[in-house]
Design a protein around this ligand. Sequence first.
Ligand SMILES: Nc1ncnc2c1ncn2[C@@H]1O[C@H](COP(=O)(O)OP(=O)(O)OP(=O)(O)O)[C@@H](O)[C@H]1O
Length: 360
Amino acid sequence: MAQITLKNLAHSYKPNATADADFALKEMDHVWQDGGAYALLGSSGCGKSTLLNIISGLLRPSHGRVLFGDRDVTDAATAERNIAQVFQFPVVYDTMTVRDNLAFPLRNRGMEPDYIKARVNQIAAMIGMEEILNRKARGLTADAKQKISLGRGMVREDVNAILFDEPLTVIDPHMKFELRTQLKTLHREFGHTMIYVTHDQTEALTFADKVVVMYDGRVVQMGTPQELFERPGHSFVGYFIGSPGMNFFDATVAGHTATVLGETLALGASYAPPKGRVQIGIRPEFCVLGRSGGLPFSIRRVEDVGRHRIIRGTVAGANVNVTLPEGMEIDADANRVLFAPEKINVYADDWRVSPEGEEN
Ligand SMILES: Nc1ncnc2c1ncn2[C@@H]1O[C@H](COP(=O)(O)OP(=O)(O)OP(=O)(O)O)[C@@H](O)[C@H]1O
């Protein structure tokens, strides 16, 4: 196993690319710690698969280097990198049995038959396929075939990393949760570096210890689910993580106060006046309705989403959401929205501004 380092990495699918917009991956430096469980999260087209294929060696980056430990593997073929990759759609040998499909990577490496048998049985139990080990893969459902692909991706214990590219897309929703839990168990047991690509925040937040959020070809934040929730490093993380996402307001900020729509709001920390387009961001969970203070608020509608309710409203015509905890009544005369000062984040040109005295 190895730490994976990306050095000045960038990629364009176009020859002679120069403009920023020509790059599917903008220049980045990034380290994936040995044994980490990472999710690579972002919306469609932000560059997740490009990055994964560069790590696995399916794609050569147009700029920069890829290191496994101290070894430069930028020009090494996929086979030399000792990586397992599971794709969105099943890749199985139809004419082989389920057992032979699972055993394939181990036989390829000349492992002992007894070891292969035991390991295949262990993986088959994990993916719920012990009963059909002797069946040919041909004729199985896409869901079953994808489970074989997942199993085959995880069967080798000696890989540097396992890369998953949206592996649960074709899996039945009930099974998704179970397989994700199994992947986590396997990670705890074997300590492989795992990178799991998804555009689904629930998948990312439940699978990973560290979530890497990509936006427009860049890594905009890497953090624990809690860090992404409490201190989104970029406004995209604020919008993308959480349901509904963060509320943003144009503001002027100085010291412990923000001014929004001519009203003064207290901040939980002190800021040097930021440059650029300044906004404050507050999650719906940290907003409450009242009759004085805060900002003027009009309720549009209330949505019941199970354990809590979401109040959809507007502040000066712009949409603002407030999450109402279970059991709390709505004051029908409330016409202001108030924010917990210590939960407000400040942004300049979409990037979070650290308050004075915050350790990075
Ligand atoms: N083979 C290719 N040739 C040219 N452009 C490509 C190629 N593959 C991807 N791109 C472009 O590169 C950008 C990043 O694509 P990529 O597939 O890495 O994104 P993604 O985040 O994995 O998206 P998705 O979630 O839809 O798979 C997109 O603009 C895409 O159109």
